[in-house]
Design a protein around this ligand. Structure first.
Ligand code: EPU
Length: 417
């Protein structure tokens, strides 16, 4: 079994270069199949979720090459086949194939997607989008058969601003007849990235990044070039590492505005951040004030940074609170942090964190991707050695994490035990 071992307490200095956003790239890759030409996607992150999507594309007959972070996809020989359950359950983003294949072929047979176990993750809003545009959905246990004789634009009101449902509805609507309106759409930067990508192919999408997106269907989508935006969650995670152990640690190649909900809390805590055009320089502080945080859709505080930031709040001076409003089971990191010396109480969707002076290295587990990031951060801060198991979760979403942290002074390695 692969594990991550960290000898904590090392100062972090130098530059960490942030890669392409996982949650954009995992949508762009399936979305590419809507094009009848060749699609080039730059700044593809080197993570196992991308490998899983590449496998699915190749299974469907696409020719995929990746060189120097650039993915080139040729769909000339694509076939609309049923994606095996073992491939769709590897990750949440497999359901972008559902909408892309439905949009292209008006028929798709697929299984329920996988993803981190952080709460119930229904896809009812995605299915509502499909049905509104004229598709019929048959459900058999875990399998969906979705068909439409014709896809016709419609008015989709999302019950909640779901990232997945917004992207899935866009992917079905781009080739549907007439106009689709998505109301109460998610506003995350990843949605703007996907809309720009589709528009580069010839789609007609306006309003991405606001709560009302309008899509006028087109018949044909062409070759295009697109770039994945910087990963705001990876950036936020390393910024927290800097707040814990940094000495002028530079987090480079980022869009600072995308992580303002985190940086504004850091400033409130008393951290000194030097915010540049595409980078932030941060140093640690041992005198941090407690804060209250509530997760919300963008531009609110990102749920994906909730577990990482818990490590920082765990060593603040005083009591902080953290409320998780998006997922009902995203505190699986807490017992492990407490085992390392933190003082955190869970009360339903809220945690109360009483700051402690130090954390102690322990054997812990990465129960999901961002819980794993929380454990890595705790390991960097802790006295002694931390060993993290179930690291596959971490490698799904953080590219070259060992190399990136080693390069700035961390003692961290991937071990086989
Ligand atoms: N929801 C429904 N019905 C739906 C869709 C969503 O009830 O049809 C609920 C979910 O149960 C959840 C909330 O709405 O409580 C948010 O779900 P959303 O659809 O926005 O999330 P997602 O698209 O499944 C993406 C990211 C997540 C990130 C969320 C929120 C991908 C592949 N995943 O998930 O990323 O937490 O948006 O920003 O883009 C991660 O990277 O660690 C991660 C979990």
């Amino acid at each position: 079994m692969r594990k991550i071992r960290i000898n904590g307490g090392k100062e972090l200095t130098g530059t960490i270069h942030i890669g392409g956003a996982k949650n954009s790239a995992v949508a762009l890759v399936p979305a590419s199949l809507l094009s009848d030409g060749i699609v080039t996607i730059d700044n593809i992150p080197n993570i196992s979720d991308i490998e899983a999507l590449q496998e699915i594309l190749e299974f469907l007959g696409a020719k995929v090459t990746i060189e120097n972070g650039q993915m080139i996809i040729d769909h000339t020989n694509l076939e609309n086949k049923e994606i095996p359950e073992s491939k769709s359950t590897k990750l949440r983003a497999s359901y972008y194939f559902m909408s892309a294949l439905l949009g292209k072929y008006k028929h798709v047979e697929m299984y329920f997607p996988g993803g981190c176990s952080i709460g119930a993750r229904p896809i009812d809003q995605t299915l509502k989008g499909f049905r509104t545009l004229g598709a019929t959905v048959e459900e058999y246990d875990n399998k969906f058969i979705i068909s439409a004789s014709e896809l016709i634009g419609g008015h989709v009101y999302l019950d909640m601003p779901s990232v997945g449902a917004t992207i899935n509805t866009m992917l079905v609507a781009v080739k549907a007849k007439g106009e689709t309106i998505i109301d109460n759409a998610a506003k995350e930067p990843e949605i703007v990235n996907v809309a720009t990508f589709l528009n580069n192919m010839g789609a007609k999408i306006t309003g991405a990044g606001t709560s009302e997106i309008r899509i006028v269907g087109v018949e044909h989508l062409d070759s295009c070039f697109a770039e994945v935006i910087p990963d705001r969650i990876e950036a936020g995670t390393y910024l927290i590492a800097g707040a814990l152990m940094g000495n002028n640690l530079k987090i480079d190649n980022i869009i600072p505005e995308h992580i303002e909900s985190l940086t504004s809390k850091m400033i409130e805590m008393g951290l000194d951040l030097k915010i540049g055009v595409d980078n932030i320089v941060i140093s640690k502080s041992d005198d941090l004030k407690p804060v209250n945080i509530k997760t919300l859709g963008y531009p609110g505080f990102a749920t994906d940074l909730q577990q990482p930031v818990t490590t920082l709040l765990a060593v603040c001076d005083g009591v902080s609170t953290l409320e998780e409003t998006i997922y009902e089971n995203r505190f699986k990191n807490v017992p492990y942090l407490n085992d390392m010396g933190a003082n955190i109480e869970i009360d339903g969707r809220k945690i109360y964190i009483t700051g402690v002076k130090e954390l102690i290295g322990k054997e812990v587990a990465a129960t999901d991707l961002r819980a794993g990031a929380c454990m890595v951060l705790a390991g960097l801060k802790a006295k002694g050695t931390t060993v993290i198991s179930d690291v596959e979760h971490i490698l799904r979403g953080y590219e070259n994490i060992i190399d990136k942290l080693t390069a700035v002074g961390a003692e961290i390695e991937l071990i086989e035990e």
